[in-house]
Design a binder for this molecule. Structure first.
Ligand code: XMP
Length: 326
């Protein structure tokens, strides 16, 4: 990657004024770089790709083609929100591809986490490349690369997000936020009018809920992950913890235990709750929560999520446990 050192002239973006200045400069630079050509962007709905999209929409409008691939492992309501925000509120040209059943078939019977990741990553590129072929006259590919991605890809830590493009996709790259740190991306996103749910979104792995449905993925267990995650996020939001706890999610392992509901014996899955704080995801600690919130989560998840009769709390710091279970 040429030109990958943050320019000394770029002041740390900490407020509205600096964000406005960055946006004006970037929009002008993007107009100059792209002209009347077309740009393609894989829009996940994460803060980096969303801010990249919003900048490009400001610069080139409908000449940006966003592709939102739903691989079936997204959180509850997520694809709907991406489509609504970008089509309706931002006026973007957005192609929505629901490839859920295709991805599920690909990972059927796969239990190894790294194999799962490889298959999902590979399939994602295939789906995206198919969409790219369908679009006429694309010259540029936009990516939401940020500065830590560049720094980390040079170091020893293999970063999940620097995957690279298939060699067959011959596009010129557009990376408007590649010199920004995450906190700066958020300030810029807020100024661009993106909703808080996107700007302050917790990190979410590319393979999504697939790595939280431990072992071989089944539809029923995947739904248990999705439903319990939705309850967890709702309760964290109600408790004012959104954006305060670094990452929180649920995991459903592939074993069952005995329980009792309405006087009847059950044999169902447990849901594992993981809530952690960290600065850089290299080390992490278990987030300390109110006992009443923990109790409410146990009560809601065991009564509302199908096939679940028990809730476990993962208090393990990183190390020894990674943040994700797979
Ligand atoms: P671990 O589990 O390694 O996670 O402690 C550190 C951070 O990285 C996220 N993560 C991923 N992100 N693709 C991603 O884009 C992945 O395959 C992946 N695996 C883990 C994890 O959610 C945490 O924020």
């Amino acid at each position: 990657m040429a030109n990958d050192k943050r320019p000394a002239s770029l002041k740390r973006i900490t407020n509205k004024t600096l964000a406005k200045k960055f946006i004006a400069e970037q929009v002008a630079a993007l107009k100059e770089q792209i002209g009347d050509k077309k740009v393609l962007l894989a829009l996940s709905g994460g803060v980096d790709s969303s801010v990249t999209a919003a900048l490009l929409i400001k610069a080139i409008g409908k000449n940006l083609v966003c592709v939102h691939v739903n691989h079936g492992f997204l959180r509850k309501g997520e694809p709907e929100e991406v489509v609504r925000v970008f089509r309706q509120e931002m006026g973007a040209k957005l192609v929505y591809v629901n490839a859920s059943s295709r991805f599920l078939k690909k990972v059927a019977n796969v239990s190894d986490p790294e194999k799962k990741r490889k298959i999902i990553g590979g399939e994602f590129i295939e789906v995206f490349a198919e969409q790219a072929k369908k679009q006429k006259g694309i010259e540029f590919l936009a990516q939401g690369t940020i500065y830590p991605d560049i720094l980390e890809s040079k170091g020893i830590k293999a970063h999940h997000n620097v995957g690279g493009l298939p060699a067959s996709m011959k596009f010129k790259l557009v990376e408007p936020i590649k010199f920004l740190y995450k906190d700066e991306v958020r300030v810029v996103g807020k100024e661009l009018g993106l909703p808080d749910s996107m700007v302050y979104r917790q990190p979410f792995p590319g393979p999504g809920l697939a790595v939280r449905c431990v072992g071989v993925i089944t539809k029923a267990r995947l739904e248990a992950v999705r439903e319990s995650d939705a309850i967890l996020r709702e309760e964290f939001k109600n408790a004012g913890l959104e954006g305060k706890v670094w990452q929180y999610f649920t995991v459903v392992p592939d074993f069952k235990s005995t329980g009792i509901t309405n006087g009847k014996r059950t044999f169902d899955w447990p849901v594992i709750i993981r809530a952690v704080n960290t600065k850089d995801a290299v080390t992490a600690t278990c987030a300390e929560l109110k006992f009443s919130l923990m109790q409410k989560l146990v009560q809601r998840i065991t009564t509302e999520v199908k096939g679940v009769n028990r809730v476990l709390w993962d208090m393990t710091p990183k190390p020894s446990g990674t943040i994700e279970w797979e």
